[in-house]
Design a protein around this ligand. Sequence first.
Ligand code: 5GP
Length: 237
Amino acid sequence: MEKRTELYRGKAKTVYTTDDPERLILLFRNDTSAFDGEKVEQLDRKGMVNNRFNNFIMTTLEEAGVPTQLDQVLSDTETLVKRLTMIPVECVVRNFAAGSLSRRLGVKEGQALEPPTFELFLKNDALHDPMINESHAETFGWATAAQLAKMKELTMKVNSVLRRLFDDADMMLVDFKLEFGTDAEGNLVLGDEFSPDGCRLWDKETGKKLDKDRFRQGLGGVVEAYEEVASRLGLKL
Ligand code: 5GP
């Protein structure tokens, strides 16, 4: 399967059409952005690492019964996926306080959250991805009540599967963001990607940050940290 026309250029991935109307190709680029695209850099190997990492996680989730858009990896940086109509709502689960939750509620970074929190954000750079609730999503037609219920159920399932996976590799899954879409039959399916660009991972012993906060906070060693996460999970890059 080959790329045809560019359908959408995101901040870290480009989406292409293919000859199959039900399939798209995701190209994972080296671009790394933060603060709604205000800080952008090219980081060598990041596209390849995230593509391989995403494939590993999506395969793991699929095996655990979470429907994903994954079809097959095509190359170091390209993956064939099912075409979805994306829902413009980001689902965030947090097991430990960090980032915008700590800023918003004044909670100390690292505080354990029991039960884990579940939040919704509108995917809209111009508005800086504002936090929303289910009522907003329904009223403005971003998602139906049934879709929201399913999104929450699947996001919590992803959390329980991945928390254990990272814990076994001596990492804390602090938080993560998921995006969903609907396929041609109207089924809710996990879309976008799962990589250290969209989650927080800390070393269990030292608390070392192994995710995109290294880029956001100018800590350096961004791709090296992603590669360390991959290698701890037994992934060959
Ligand atoms: P926060 O709300 O603390 O900024 O982010 C919570 C979690 O969701 C973090 O793991 C963060 O990486 C992820 N996240 C939230 N919004 C986005 C986004 O627009 N893009 C990406 N890649 N990750 C996001």
